[in-house]
Design a protein. Structure first.
Length: 420
């Protein structure tokens, strides 16, 4: 059942599994390609075929468990092996399309290294299957998961905190930098059209909920005017009138909540939620519900496991460095056509609107890439890549950063150089 779910699902790992389903493993060849990954695996076994044929002919699962006991055991072991190979190949390939990274679908000879790897995985399957108890012990996972909220890294999860301008301002770039880069102008032509035309990412009205969800504006009492003033002076927000908002079938506007997330360690003894520095986060659940994801270049992000594929010779070491943009989301301005999707759920007062010269435009809306938007990660990855590509093209060839690779004549003890 799990194998069927992976094969029929729409997940990235499903595409790897579907490719393996069409691959037939050949004989072990001496001198075959030395790369162990991606691993081949036979998609099925005769035992699985007999079971599927019996079930399609009307045999019930209860009858099959009695009549085809040995076939079920053999097919189950191979299904686990198939799933293990699929998972290993997915961790190796990352989120690339299998057609770009996997070998062509055909009879695949395997190397000695691949044969040994598959034999090891089969051994682990045998250990797992042979030592599973007949009845799995009951365990209250719900109680465990609700006892402590932690990330996959074991870090304590902290709930969103009410905002004040004093706590948000330190996280923002200088006012002249906020929203200073046009996302539309920087993007490559295919992504630029998505940024220019929000309608491409909006679901049909028939797929919208009857009533938009409601989210809270979490700001400390009396602090909302100062927060709005500060964000407006930093070019993080703009304003819209009632007529430019999006409305559901009940006439309620599409508006979103805001809250803060601490940048500091919330488990430290001196942590104070009243003074800690907070990132401005939008709760865009209502807006995200009516949109499709703009994936951008999110698939170019490597899986962490892919770093394990780097092999160093004895005389080599790996030096890593990185450069990041401070408060990157707030640097990129979105076109006005996106603003109605990022409206904050609390309108400003008439007096504050007059003070800021907004007239009847009483709805604050985020005009930069908002943290909390379902397309923010993919779009930011693309824009960051565009900056690197454009900077590389503008730099003289001798001043360009090299691509990571060894020279062909690298020898033990020699200084490693990089090819341009």
């Amino acid at each position: 059942m799990l194998k069927h779910a992976v094969l029929s699902g729409g997940m990235p790992i499903s595409r790897v599994a579907q490719h393996l389903l069409c691959t037939t493993v050949g004989e072990v060849l001496q001198g075959a390609d030395a790369d162990v990954l991606p691993l081949p695996v036979d998609p099925s076994t005769p035992e699985e075929g007999r079971l599927l044929q019996a079930l399609s002919a009307g045999t019930t699962p209860a009858e099959a468990s009695t009549t085809f006991r040995k076939s079920i055991v053999a097919a189950g072991r191979h299904s686990w092996l198939f799933l293990l190979v699929t998972a290993v190949n997915y961790l190796h390939l990352g989120q690339q399309a299998p057609s770009e990274a996997l070998p062509p679908v055909s009879l695949q000879p395997i190397s000695e290294g691949q044969r040994s790897a598959i034999a090891y995985l089969a051994e682990q399957v045998d250990i797992f299957v042979d030592h599973v108890p007949g009845v799995m012990p009951e365990f209250n996972w719900e109680a465990v998961l609700h006892a402590h909220k932690r990330t996959y890294a074991g870090e304590l999860l902290v709930k969103g905190l009410p905002l004040t301008w004093q706590q948000v301002e330190p996280t923002l770039p200088a006012p002249e930098l906020c929203g200073s880069i046009s996302a539309e102008a920087l993007a490559a032509p295919p992504i630029r059209e998505w940024i220019r035309n929000p309608a491409w990412a909006i679901k049909p009205r028939s797929e919208w909920p009857r009533r938009f969800r409601r989210t809270k504006v979490r700001v400390r009492p009396g602090e909302y005017p100062d927060l709005i003033r500060g964000l407006y002076r930093h070019n993080i927000i703009s304003f819209l009138p009632d007529a430019e908002l999006v409305y559901d079938s009940t006439g309620a506007p599409l508006v979103n909540g805001i809250f803060g997330m601490p940048k500091e360690d919330a488990t430290s003894l001196d942590f104070d939620p009243l003074t800690c520095v907070l990132r401005l986060i939008l709760n865009l659940t209502p807006s995200n519900e009516v949109q499709r994801v703009i994936s951008g270049e999110v698939k170019s992000l490597p899986l962490f496991s892919q770093w394990l594929l780097l092999e160093l010779q004895k005389h080599e070491c790996l030096a890593l460095s990185s450069e990041d943009m401070v408060s990157a989301f707030n640097l990129f301005q979105l076109p006005r056509s996106w603003w109605p999707l990022f409206v904050i759920a609390e309108p400003i007062s008439d007096s504050l609107a007059a003070e800021l010269g907004q007239g009847n435009r009483r709805w604050a809306c985020v005009s930069v890439i908002p943290m909390g938007w379902l397309s923010a990660t993919g779009l930011m990855q693309h824009l960051h890549g565009q900056l690197v590509r454009e900077a590389r093209a503008l730099a003289p060839s001798g001043a360009r950063l090299p691509w990571l690779s060894r020279t062909l004549d690298a020898t033990p003890g020699a200084d490693l150089r990089f090819r341009q």
